[in-house]
Write a protein that binds this ligand. Sequence first.
Ligand SMILES: [Zn+2]
Length: 356
Amino acid sequence: MAELELTRGKIQDTMKAVRFHEFGGPEVLSYETVPVPQIRPGEALVRVKAASINHVDLLVEEGRLFSIQLPHIPGADVAGVVERISGAGSDEGIIGKGVVAYPVLACFHCRNCVSGNHNVCLSYRYLGRDVNGSYAEYVAVPAKNLVQMPPNMSFQEAASIPVAFLTAFHMIMRKAKVQRDETVLVLGAGGGIGVASIQMAMIAGANVIAAASAEEKLKKCYALGADYTIDYSKKDLVEEVMDITGGRGVDVVIDPIGSATFSKSLASLAKNGRLVVCGITSGSQAAFNIRDVYVHQREILGTITGTMPDFLEVIRLAAERKLRPVIDSIYPLSGAAEAQKRLLSRKSFGKIVLSA
Ligand SMILES: [Zn+2]
């Protein structure tokens, strides 16, 4: 029996997409005409209105950490319109709606998924890494990953939310369990995760110290609501943190940077402090003194993305205007390589978006 398939209107057979045929930096990206993805039962075809750039896209392109089938379309963040759904029992009401996608392609039935921990799914897959992603005019996404966009929000803003705010929410609310009046140090504060973490720490009622490597970015962090800022290209991070906290240290450090900051992040913690690591933009190796961890009863917490319930919370917060996507710049899909170069230049503040 043929599977039910519902389509909103005529869809072309081909689309524009950004793919790579070999591994490397942004220069391997190529703007091409490719077939529109075929969807399988349970999937939806989303017409991409905006996609945002994440560091993971660059790791995918490098090809060192993940096994990627070539050619490949990157992109984990998408906001768009549902054009087609497939499979009996699909929610017909979602056709034509503006949606964002939970980027974790969880199985939803392993023991971790069943207990609500989709970001540690035993067969964890990721949009734009394990399947083709959103640097395209259309992307196929499991229908159960789609959530209606917050109202009164542009597609560009909506596409800036999923990976950054989901990761920030999981780190601050679920892992570090930040409490009111605690102090949170956010490193890489001008990045997508950094900007989201500042906002999420404020929602938790914490005091926020934003640290970045340019005065210009720090002014923007201050405008976002950070209580203190540190330019760690000019000043010693740990000394500044101790100055601000009266020698106590911070309760939580959010560190998406990795090698370059890990030991300083650890040294910035108060007793019982929690260091949350979520990325390796400067490299993945670090050496540290184990005694510095246990003597002060500190914790090192690893996180990756967040769970589906976390994602729903993030979208609710966005709908209530409690969080605010911050867009650095918008490029056309054909400008994906330039957009990624801007991310690598470290001059951006907030999210870089590809727009249809
Ligand atoms: Zn699972």
